[in-house]
Design a protein around this ligand. Structure first.
Ligand code: CU
Length: 121
C-alpha cells in the first residue's frame, strides 16, 4: 500500500513538470453545451472506439484524466487540445465519411488512444 502511494506521488510530480510545456486547452469559441457527441478520457484512453456525428454538429472532448491529451485528425484541419480537467468543443465541419482520430502525445496512440469518427450527412 505504501509503495503504491509513493509511485503515485512520483507520477504526479512528473505530470506537473510535463504540464509546463503542454499547450493550452483549445479556445474555439464553441460551447460544449451544444455538443451532439461527447468524447471522454479518464486515463490514456477515449471512452469509445467509434463516435458518430452529423456534419456541422459539435463534438466536445472532456479530459477527466490527470494528463494532457488532444484529438487530432490527419488530413483534416481538426485538432482539440485539452488540459486535465478541461473540456473543449469544436464544430465538425468535415465531409461525411469515416475519420481516424488519435492523441498526438508521444506514446498515447500506441497505448490505445485512437478511435473512429463517423461523420454523417
Ligand atoms: Cu493522450
Amino acid at each position: 500500500m505504501y509503495r503504491k502511494i509513493s509511485a503515485a506521488f512520483f507520477i504526479t510530480i512528473a505530470v506537473v513538470s510535463a504540464a509546463c510545456s503542454t499547450p493550452s486547452t483549445s479556445d474555439t469559441g464553441v460551447s460544449p453545451d451544444d455538443a451532439a457527441v461527447n468524447v471522454v478520457s479518464t486515463g490514456t484512453n477515449y471512452d469509445a472506439t467509434t463516435y458518430e456525428v452529423a456534419q456541422g454538429d459539435v463534438l466536445a472532448y472532456s479530459n477527466e484524466s490527470n494528463i494532457f491529451h488532444d484529438i487530432v485528425i490527419d488530413d483534416a484541419d481538426f485538432k482539440l487540445d485539452v488540459r486535465p480537467g478541461d473540456t473543449a468543443a469544436a464544430v465538425v465541419d468535415l465531409p461525411p465519411g469515416d475519420y481516424v482520430f488519435y492523441c498526438s502525445v508521444p506514446g498515447h496512440r500506441t497505448a490505445g488512444m485512437q478511435a473512429t469518427l463517423v461523420v454523417t450527412p
